[in-house]
Design a protein around this ligand. Structure first.
Ligand code: FE2
Ligand code: FE2
Length: 250
């Protein structure tokens, strides 16, 4: 399973949990939230420590920009998850936060699947994506092992644990094949030469993006961000973010 398939699978698990929230009474939501938090904590961790860094390192500027935006969206969601995690039970405030988190996550997933992932598939070779998938799986396993509370609530833990034992061998093989393919036809898009040639430009762009997208403005600048997103993602499915004037994400 390559990186994109793995991340999309995670998205489906979370989407199913959201469906359960919407089809059950409030009294069931706190228990569902524990599962949602475990899934999102894990997914955000592997994206932020494995996937996003690779996109920032070897992606073109358009991909770097959308990755930085995704990191800010993660920050907002994690803030809510932390606050909700401190609550002992449901209630009106909890329900309000849960609704916001679900909308934010859904919007973020739309952006990843409709904008980010197509760019990734265009800019990275199949071999690199497979290797990234293995790295994501390894990181997921380590994160779950280090966080028993997450392990207890994670929906897809058994399959992940089974595959973990073979990953280092497979990763070595994939790396070797990737190297051969890269030398043979130059298809490997995540090459060192591309990275070094664009490194300076990326550094400047990151600084500019960071200043306009800083955490202090994460909430305040939501309306304009939402407008920007809508304008650059006309194909994205319509959802409720517009009414709130705030971005919604994974
Ligand atoms: Fe994601
Ligand atoms: Fe994400």
């Amino acid at each position: 399973m390559n990186a994109i398939d793995l991340l999309k699978e995670d998205h489906k698990v979370v989407s199913n949990l959201f469906d359960q929230v919407r089809s059950t009474p409030d009294s069931k939501h706190f228990a569902l939230f524990k599962k949602i938090k475990a899934e999102l904590d894990t997914h955000a961790h592997i994206e932020e420590t494995v996937f996003y860094p690779r996109l920032k390192k070897d992606g073109k500027q358009d991909l770097v920009d959308i990755t930085l935006e995704g990191i800010e969206e993660h920050r907002q969601v994690k803030l809510f998850l932390t606050e909700m995690g401190r609550m002992r039970r449901g209630g009106d405030e909890f329900e309000a936060k849960l609704k916001v988190v679900m909308e934010d996550v859904e919007h973020h997933v739309e952006e990843e699947e409709n904008e980010m992932f197509p760019l990734v598939e265009d800019q990275f070779s199949d071999a690199v994506l497979k290797r990234l998938g293995i790295s994501l799986l390894n990181r997921k396993q380590k994160f779950v092992q280090a966080n028993p509370d997450v392990a207890k609530n994670l929906a897809n833990r058994p399959r992940m644990m089974k595959t973990g034992m073979l990953t280092s061998i497979y990763e070595t093989a994939v790396t070797a094949v990737e190297g051969m393919l890269g030398m043979a036809n130059g298809k490997n898009k995540g090459t060192a030469s591309k990275t070094s040639s664009s490194a300076a430009g990326k550094g400047k762009a990151k600084a500019a993006k960071s200043s306009s997208n800083g955490s202090a403005s994460a909430k305040k600048g939501a309306s304009s961000r939402t407008a920007n997103k809508n304008s650059k993602a006309p194909a994205a499915k319509g959802h409720s973010a517009g009414g709130r004037g705030r971005s919604a994400s994974k």
